[in-house]
Design a protein around this ligand. Structure first.
Ligand code: GDP
Ligand code: MG
Length: 452
């Protein structure tokens, strides 16, 4: 998998100071192979790799991340970018009803999606009407009726085996003509105050001209606000040709990926997005109506990379670490001038990352701080924080001035015992001395890099 491959090549990067051209090439080779493995189309892979190389070359060496993390971040950012950045929302018509037409191969999940969309729209106070225009496949109409019932949405369908002309719909159209049913469905929605119409259409197992003609006919008859191309994420390399055929034959405004509960790694998402330029709007993750969500590019990116945990740690590390501040602190540590203010800042930065025990290990050069805090749990840290906050800026900057009367005032002010204040101040001086001597032993240039 990409995760395995990247982990392998990233291991080689660990400990290096900056990204060299050959580092970048080595990682890109792995990413390329892995994306092909994940069924991303070749031209898409090529374009992707080219962008990664460009960005990696120009990347600033971050103080918060080591080179390995930095490469992963670049790959992830690019992937999120291609997958669409922010999720696009449905476009609603100024004059209801909003018409949403579903198109895609048979079995891609259109009818199921119709129910999911209806359910989801209902939670947002819309009043969707489902329209059954798959008159090809036996049972398709009743499938939509079942799905609509589950979603609590009305379904417009021709009566089985009859012309719907004389029926209660009084439409005067042939039951066998999906275009007429679609047109009548929209009229029905307008008459009965449904603000959204979802048109379920027929699909074929493969692309064929008749299918496309019919879909285009429905499109022309109903002027949809959205045409959603429904794509089975398991389709792999066929995603590109299928998407292109639907783009040429019908056109679509958005993509829905289905069957993401399977083990597909998401190569189809990347290919279709890149080749058609259309946003992926929704994701379907199971057979139940609630197995559905708007599409999240960031989640898909980490699925494709298979590195979700690593990515969220990188994100946290980046938000809490300010390079300049880290460097200043390192200099102060090296010269034994760390203040309680710095100490508190460091502690706050580390705490933002969650339970300290799990997280200190991933900070580049957090060793000293980790040692200094090793015996301190989160609850104790709360107290330490309260004590330092109870000090004046002058006391924080120069803890030597914290005499007995000051200690009493600080203890009272922060609701702790004087002995707690004593302990903190003692520990601070110890830690400061220890860190300075460690930094000294490593030599200043090394110490500056190590201690962040
Ligand atoms: P259509 O031919 O495009 O209308 O596809 P259907 O909606 O009939 O779906 C085909 C099959 O795929 C049905 O058995 C659905 O239950 C199933 N299905 C649809 N969406 C999903 C999904 O997201 N995950 C899984 N596991 N099955 C799905
Ligand atoms: Mg169907």
């Amino acid at each position: 998998s990409l995760s395995d491959r990247l982990t392998g090549s990233l291991k080689d990067l660990r400990g290096k100071g900056r990204l060299s051209a050959s580092d970048i090439d080595a990682v890109c080779r792995e990413i390329r192979l892995a994306l092909l493995d994940a069924d991303v189309a070749l031209p898409v892979v090529r374009a992707f790799i080219a962008r990664i190389k460009e960005r990696a070359k120009g990347a600033e060496v971050s103080a918060a991340l080591n080179p390995a993390q930095q490469v992963v971040k670049i790959v992830n950012d690019e992937l999120v970018g291609i997958l669409g950045g922010e999720t696009r929302r449905l476009t609603f018509a100024k004059n209801p009803p909003t018409v949403i037409m579903l198109a895609g191969l048979q079995g891609s999940g259109k009818t199921t999606l119709a129910g999911k969309l209806a359910r989801w729209l209902k939670t947002q106070n819309h009043t969707p009407l489902l329209v059954a225009c798959d008159l090809q496949r036996p049972g398709a109409v009743s499938q939509l009726q079942i799905v609509g019932e589950r979603a609590g949405a009305a379904v417009f369908a021709p009566h089985p085996g009859t012309s719907i002309g004389g029926g209660e719909n009084a439409l005067g159209v042939s039951a066998a003509d999906p275009v007429e049913v679609a047109r009548a469905g929209v009229a029905e929605a307008r008459a009965k105050q449904h603000d959204v119409v979802i048109i379920d259409t027929a699909g074929r197992l493969g692309i064929d001209a008749e299918l496309m003609g019919q879909a285009a006919g429905i499109r022309d008859a109903t002027a949809p606000d959205e045409v959603l191309f429904v794509l089975d994420a398991m389709i792999g390399q066929d995603a590109v040709s299928t998407a292109e055929a639907f783009q040429d034959g019908v056109g679509f405004t958005g993509v829905v990926l289905t069957k993401l509960d399977g083990d597909a790694r998401g190569g189809a998402a990347l290919s279709v997005r890149e080749v058609t330029g259309r946003p992926i709007m929704f994701a379907s993750t199971g057979e139940k109506l609630e197995d559905f969500d708007v599409f999240h590019p960031d989640r898909m990116a980490s699925r494709i990379l298979g590195m979700g945990d690593l990515l969220s740690l990188i994100e946290q590390a980046e938000t809490v670490f300010d390079a300049k501040q880290a460097e200043d602190t390192a200099a102060k540590i090296g010269s034994g001038q760390l203040t309680l203010e710095d100490f508190l800042e460091q502690m706050m930065a580390i705490r933002k990352m969650g339970p300290i025990g799990n997280l200190l290990g991933m900070l580049p050069g957090a060793g000293q701080m980790k040692d200094a805090l090793a015996s301190v749990d989160d609850k104790q840290l709360d107290r330490v924080q309260a004590i330092i906050r109870g000090m004046t800026p002058a006391e924080r900057a120069d803890p030597k001035i914290i005499n007995a009367s000051r200690r009493l005032r600080i203890a009272n002010g922060s609701g702790v015992k004087v002995s707690d204040v004593n302990q903190l101040v003692d520990r601070f001086f110890e830690a400061r001395k220890m860190m300075a001597s460690m930094a000294g032993r490593m030599g200043m240039p090394g110490a500056r890099k190590q201690v962040q």
